[in-house]
Write a protein of this length. Structure first.
Length: 238
């Protein structure tokens, strides 16, 4: 079960699914792609969507926003999740004041998204610092995926599923019972620090640092991510 990041769709996982060589479920999360008009865009609704399409037992994988959601799914369905793989993800913002400030910023950005075309916002989002250094070879693919979205859908997703909207799970990480792999790119220093901090709180965890990759490891190094999903080796391990 593969959960995509903000502005992506389930199609963004195709390189990883190809590398896996077997079927994978990669739904469009509410507010994105084919689910752009689905309402309400809430955490509970999305967890319910995942529960409805997931097998009885499954490996759960999430990137960025999809990683935050995957953590919530893992807590809601611990008995069904065999392993958890988080790519460039965090458990949210622990400090209530910082989370409130982020929510205000996210709500303001959502209003700006609604006033833009999808083409304008796709160009703007590609220039955010954590994504700006993505390899030129994958930019066209990423832009094509972003253009499957609508401004209204993305605005709803940011309001309902953004970092400011979701509660922090930092104080619950020790409750996870399944093995957890925390995948980060070598160039993604911010999320490397987050991953190692998370690993310190999760008993059955490992940090996997993928050489040469940035934030979107599943796009830059899909074979490496597929190996982690399968439980095999990766280029670097922390």
């Amino acid at each position: 079960m593969l959960l995509h990041g903000f502005t992506h769709t389930g199609a963004s996982w195709e390189p990883v699914a190809t590398a896996l060589g077997r079927g994978a479920v990669a739904p469009d999360i509410r507010g994105h792609g084919a689910a752009s008009s689905a309402e309400p865009v809430t955490l509970d609704a999305v967890v319910g969507d995942v529960a409805g399409v997931a097998p009885a037992r499954f490996v759960l994988v999430g990137y960025s926003m999809g990683g935050r959601i995957a953590l919530h799914v893992a807590f809601a369905m611990q008995e069904r999740v065999e392993r958890l793989v988080l790519v460039g993800a965090s458990p949210g913002i622990a400090d209530a004041g910082e989370r409130e400030a982020r929510l205000r910023a996210d709500l303001s950005l959502a209003d700006e998204i609604e006033a833009s075309t999808i083409e304008e916002f796709a160009t703007r989002w590609a220039q955010t610092p954590v994504l700006a250094r993505q390899p030129a070879s994958m930019r066209a693919q990423v832009e094509e995926d972003r253009l499957r979205n609508t401004p209204a859908g993305l605005a709803r997703a940011l309001r309902g599923l953004g970092t400011g909207a979701l509660p922090s799970l930092w104080d619950r990480l020790g409750e996870l019972t399944m093995p957890v792999a925390l995948v980060v790119g070598e160039r993604d220093r911010k999320f490397q620090a987050v991953a190692f901090q998370m690993a310190g709180a999760i008993e059955r965890s490992e940090v996997v640092v993928v050489a040469g990759a940035g934030h979107a490891v599943h796009l830059e190094a899909p074979a490496a991510v597929a190996e982690v999903i399968e439980g095999g080796p990766a280029p670097l391990r922390g």
